[in-house]
Design a binder for this molecule. Structure first.
Ligand SMILES: Nc1ncnc2c1ncn2[C@@H]1O[C@H](COP(=O)(O)OP(=O)(O)OP(=O)(O)O)[C@@H](O)[C@H]1O
Ligand SMILES: [Mg+2]
Length: 254
């Protein structure tokens, strides 16, 4: 299973490389122009974005805030090639993500994107170490090497003594730290985080955010973080509010 998927990954990787399109502005890791997303529902069309623009320069840590249902998760899904735009252009890590086939999108995500959600989505039957190694195994890295790289990442998130624990044997904050290590084990350029501290108490949330800041700076990441926590948003380089289908700088955080 892992061998088959790694063969598919490397073939799709070559195709993705052939078809990679460069962003017009090379200092931007994310460049979104005139984005529209339409969902067809039983009650008619739902137009989520109204010509949304977003530009994120390399190295920025951007927070996105906004009411429930505003489209924050949908935007992150589109940036991470988990969902397709209905119209507009979306360059992410120099790739035109709207042009990717499902296989190319899988390769793009594996190489370029570290994704963290509110829920950790660790595989319950595998150890923390094996969970962190999973993205490396999926791209065909030999198991021994994958486990050794994963062990280094567990150290980075201060969990070297929890490698043999299964997710059910970890605290909520520890689970999220393992999820961060797994998200970054392939050295992506972009970290996309959707309410990564949403399930944690205030102190643990602050610690996980400290870790995100440390990993962001230490690994030269460009990060986009959705949060409802304005105290944490305030610590980002920029805060944008998603409202009425568009993004605008948040004027006041008080
Ligand atoms: N696959 C889908 N089909 C139809 N409507 C959808 C689909 N996915 C999301 N929506 C709708 O799009 C809107 C935006 O959803 P989204 O999950 O992006 O919001 P959000 O800003 O992340 O909210 P929250 O803060 O609650 O997580 C919601 O009204 C949702 O019901
Ligand atoms: Mg959401």
């Amino acid at each position: 299973m892992i061998q088959a998927s790694s063969a598919a990954l490397s073939q799709a990787s070559r195709q993705a490389g052939d078809r990679e399109l460069r962003s017009p502005n090379r200092s931007s890791l994310i460049e979104v122009r005139d984005l529209k997303k339409t969902y067809r529902t039983a009650r008619g069309e739902l137009n989520l974005f109204h010509g949304l623009d977003l530009e994120v320069a390399a190295g920025e840590l951007v927070a996105i805030v906004g009411q429930s249902g505003a489209g924050k998760s949908t935007l992150l899904h589109i940036l991470g090639a988990l969902d397709a735009p209905s119209a507009g252009t979306v360059y992410c890590a120099s790739t035109n993500v709207a042009n990717l086939s499902p296989r190319e999108a899988a390769v793009f995500r594996n190489r370029e994107i570290g994704y963290v959600w509110q829920f950790h989505y660790l595989l319950p039957e595998f150890s923390a170490l094996e969970n962190v190694a999973m993205p490396l195994l999926a791209r065909g890295t030999p198991k021994r090497e994958a486990l050794s790289v994963a062990a280094n990442w567990l150290k980075e998130v201060d969990l070297e003594d929890r490698g043999s624990h299964r997710p059910g044997e970890l605290s909520g904050g520890e689970q999220q730290r393992v999820a961060l290590a797994r998200a970054l084990v392939n050295n992506p350029r972009l970290l996309l985080a959707d309410e990564p501290t949403g399930d944690l108490d205030e102190i643990t949330a602050g610690r996980v955010f400290d870790l995100i800041e440390r990993l962001h700076a230490g690994h030269g990441l460009t990060s986009v973080l959705v949060t409802h926590n304005l105290d944490l948003a305030r610590r980002c380089t920029r805060v944008l509010k998603l409202e009425g289908g568009r993004l605008a700088p948040l004027q006041s955080l008080s």
